[in-house]
Design a protein around this ligand. Structure first.
Ligand SMILES: O=C(CO)COP(=O)(O)O
Length: 139
């Protein structure tokens, strides 16, 4: 029996088409999970693919930080974040902070299609015996 996880999907503007294509190709694997997204990305995934998805604020308005808060609360299992390496974002500190929290809390994160493919198709991801190691901090 597989486990339902919480997945966040986020893409910068020049990467949205790539994320939509990826999500469309992996629709079956995504649908059983609880999906969340930043505002504009989530709207596109809803409208174009009919996915049920909880939309936070748009990235530049705090959406990355809201997803970061999910990570800090131990409520996110996977982040798919196609960030744009070729164009500066006004909220670059938020982008960096979100990626940093994935490292702090050992949350799997895919920043490109190849990695996203591997993560979403990994049998470990939903295997009932597999538990991601969650770091324990003394502070
Ligand atoms: O800017 C983003 C992530 O940093 C994404 O935000 P939107 O999905 O609202 O475009």
């Amino acid at each position: 029996m597989s486990q339902q996880k919480t997945l966040a999907l986020v893409a910068h503007d020049h990467k949205k088409a790539e994320l939509l294509a990826w999500a469309g190709a992996h629709r079956e694997q995504l649908v059983p999970h609880r999906l969340v997204a930043t505002g504009t990305t989530g709207g596109l995934l809803q409208d174009e693919l009919g996915l049920t998805i909880h939309r936070y604020k748009s990235g530049p308005l705090g959406g990355d930080q809201q997803i970061g808060a999910l990570i800090a609360e131990g409520q996110l299992d996977l982040l798919i974040f196609f960030w744009d390496p070729l164009n500066p974002a006004p909220h670059d500190p938020d982008v960096k902070a979100l990626l940093r929290l994935c490292s702090v809390w050992n949350v799997p994160v895919a920043c490109n299609v190849s990695t996203a493919d591997l993560l979403i198709t990994s049998p470990r991801f939903t295997h009932p015996d597999y538990q991601r190691k969650v770091p324990q901090f003394d502070r």
